[in-house]
Ligand binder design. Structure first.
Ligand code: TRP
Ligand code: SF4
Length: 326
């Protein structure tokens, strides 16, 4: 029996290269070894975006298109939209009864977001409970492996604590422990050298056209010590070089040589990088364009996924209710 993987992403906009190397590659690979369940977690998106909820629907479709284009395979994995499986909210309710407020208030991710996100009012009841819904997502499918980024480790820790508390309180081993699968790939920075994020507008999106990619890469910052073509560069201090390492590792030595020995200028170096990224994304972009033209097919996949997910979810909820109400 294969282990179950669960992961989710909030539909808040088009996916970018950071999502690809930070998560999706991992998700695609896991399909070979695990039973994978991937959810577009729209309730989680609503917790942050409740003032702009009109965009969530189109983001759900964008996310499904990006996933399928990247190789998430609906024949092998279950992909679905969280709000189409009402059991997520049922389990959240049960788990929220036994989650002490202190656990949520102490959560470092929560505290950081309250501090840093000033454009939205996140002082809400639901947002404090964000990790409880996340725990419900995972436990509903009894997933034991959860591919996540490092920032999500506190949430997974809470999931384990909530699961243990449930089992002890109701005297039944309904839930097992889950563990994080962290992505091995090094983090890719945004075009400006900060964290890659939609809100910084420093992303290359999976759906960007070649023209978009040329102009975005052209404007990337390079080694600031290299002012003129004949100045030797320092590739290890250049974000462009770190992109080569991820998207064209076969060229790494060659780039180091032309940079350190001032054989090529930064403009040309970036033009070549743009070509590499465009080639790298070509199959994804082509598949995405095809899928965009058949959105009914994509909706059918999500519908089937929700039905498959519900079958599992209903079994767990029956067990949960039997344990709670005896
Ligand atoms: N909180 C996660 C994030 O922002 C998204 C998420 C929701 C999730 N439910 C999940 C991730 C369950 C893993 C498992 O990235
Ligand atoms: Fe960066 Fe390339 Fe310029 Fe070197 S040549 S500093 S790697 S952009």
């Amino acid at each position: 029996m294969k282990k179950t993987v669960f992961s989710g992403m909030r539909p808040t906009g088009k996916l970018h290269l950071g999502h690809l190397v930070g998560a999706l590659h991992n998700w695609v690979r896991l399909q070979d070894t695990h039973r994978c369940i991937y959810s577009v977690v729209d309730w989680h998106a609503l917790m942050g975006e409740y003032e702009h909820s009109q965009n969530i629907k189109s983001h759900i479709m964008d996310m499904a298109l990006d996933w399928l284009a990247c190789g998430i395979d609906p024949e092998r994995s279950i992909i679905f939209v969280q709000s189409e499986v009402p059991e997520h909210l049922e389990l959240q309710m049960v788990l929220s009864c036994l989650t002490p407020l202190g656990w949520l208030e102490r959560n470092p991710t929560y505290k950081e977001q309250l501090r840093e996100i000033t454009t939205r009012d996140l002082q809400t009841y639901a947002f404090l409970g964000y990790p409880v819904l996340q725990a419900a997502d995972i436990l509903l499918y009894k997933a034991t492996a959860v591919p996540i980024g490092e920032d999500q480790i506190p949430h997974l820790e809470l999931t384990r604590e909530i699961a243990r508390r449930f089992n002890t309180m109701y005297g039944k081993q309904v839930f097992s422990d889950c563990e994080a699968i962290l992505t091995p790939t090094p983090r890719l920075l945004g075009l400006d050298g900060r964290k890659m994020s939609k809100s910084y507008q420093n992303t290359i999106n999976l759906s960007d056209s070649p023209e978009d990619i040329y102009s975005k890469v052209k404007n990337m910052m390079t080694d600031p010590k290299r002012q003129r073509l004949k100045d030797p560069g320092h590739p290890d201090e250049c974000n462009v070089f770190s992109y080569y390492k991820v998207f064209a590792p076969a060229k790494e030595l060659e780039v180091r040589d032309w940079c350190e020995n001032a054989r090529k200028g930064c403009t040309e170096c970036k033009k070549i990088l743009a070509d590499e990224i465009i080639e790298y994304l070509r199959p994804i972009r082509e598949k995405r364009l095809k899928l965009e033209a058949s959105q009914d097919y994509v909706r059918a996949i999500l519908k089937k996924g929700a039905a498959q997910a519900r079958e599992i979810a209903a079994l767990t909820m029956a067990e949960v209710k039997a344990a709670v109400f005896k």
